[in-house]
Design a binder for this molecule. Structure first.
Ligand SMILES: [Zn+2]
Length: 357
């Protein structure tokens, strides 16, 4: 079965202003690179056109007021004039409402393609991103929470019992975490740059969930400079055992490629092949727990060429092929490794009432 690539040119119609890092160029370049690597001529990949989400599907996560306020702001934004949502860091341009609805629909389209057996797994290349969006407000360039909508769609509309979301963007997915913080049917794991040094300033190791959700929210705040070796250690020692005990019946990935060492927003030091290996680890869990049922959705990634290379490496990994873009490996160094060995200890300490290590 091929790997699905969900994309639509309409994703370019959402604009947040001149030189904004969350630009249409991110997807223009990524798709040009996918074409020049001939992925679309390869029967191992299948391009799928997304449908928009319905208002009822948006309401699986969002309040009617939030949806209406985005629509209203969007109507006010015309002729190149931008309007700003909520905290003021997310703009809409006149097409943004429709594009955001199509981004949420891109995730649902990907899920449906996997459920129908058209594709083995899929990567939805959408914008705007979603993981900083809350039920009642936008933030951090995110309008609707695409990953959370997919998880709720699987649970409420398709009868799934346990959905795991991994979030490997540079930033903590505070919106997604908040939405499922008190629930044990959605396991949320995020690795991100330490909140004391990076937006959104939350996502500490002690934030493990509340009530029934205790133990089902897992944060790995990484110190600036941390590279793929640190990620691999946390994955093997904490994440793999927890995910395998949770036994998800579907896996979702919020994939942002802004933790790359050259990304303008990044203090971390991931490589393009590091992204491929990271996703490969989750793919193996999905194969073990849920017949490989996994959908990835794009979050950040602001150095466009690197975003394209990372996305292609990830797509190749999903198809079981060799990664074409391999950079020089980065060694985090002894002191950072020690710091993160200590972080692993703390994570296990907080999580051991709920999981076996
Ligand atoms: Zn990000």
């Amino acid at each position: 079965m091929p790997v699905g690539i969900i994309y639509d040119k309409r994703y370019l119609d959402h604009q947040m202003g001149f030189e904004h890092p969350e630009s249409p160029a991110r997807l223009v370049t990524t798709m040009e690179m996918i074409e020049s690597e001939k992925l679309l001529d390869d029967p191992k990949f299948k391009l799928i056109v997304p449908r928009p989400a319905t208002i009822d599907e948006l309401k699986l996560v969002h309040t009617a007021d939030h949806i209406e306020s985005v629509r209203r702001k969007d109507l006010m934004a015309k002729d190149g004039h931008l309007e700003y949502l909520d905290a003021g860091d997310t703009a809409v341009c006149g097409q943004s409402f429709d594009v955001a609805v199509l981004a949420a629909g891109g995730g649902i389209t990907a899920v449906d393609a996997v459920l129908k057996g058209d594709v083995s797994s899929a990567f939805a290349l959408v914008r705007p991103p979603g993981h900083h969006a809350f039920p009642d407000h936008s933030s951090g360039f995110c309008i609707f929470n695409n990953a959370a909508i997919m998880a709720e769609y699987l649970i409420k509309k398709k009868g799934f019992k346990r959905v795991a979301i991994f979030d490997i963007d540079l930033h903590f997915g505070n919106g997604t975490s908040d939405i499922f913080y008190r629930r044990n049917d959605v396991l949320y794991f995020s690795s991100h740059q330490d909140p004391r040094t990076q937006y959104p300033g939350t996502g500490y190791v002690h934030d493990i969930g509340e009530g029934e959700g205790k133990g089902y929210n897992i944060c790995a705040p990484l110190a600036p400079g941390a590279s793929d070796d640190v990620v691999q250690m946390i994955f093997e020692d904490v994440i793999k055992p927890v995910f395998e005990q949770f036994k998800p019946d579907f896996m979702l990935g919020s994939v942002g490629c802004d933790a790359h060492y050259s990304d303008p927003l990044s203090g971390l030091s991931f490589t393009t092949q590091g992204y491929g290996r990271y996703v490969d680890g989750f793919k193996k869990i999905a194969e073990k727990c849920c017949n490989g049922k996994m959908v990835l959705i794009l979050e950040g990634g602001y150095r466009v060429k690197i975003l394209g290379q990372s996305v292609i490496n990830i797509l190749k990994v999903l198809a079981g092929e060799k990664m074409p873009f391999v950079e020089k490996e980065i060694d985090s160094g002894e002191s950072l490794l020690e710091y993160h060995q200590d972080l692993v200890k703390k994570m296990k300490e907080y999580l051991k009432p709920y999981w076996k290590f």
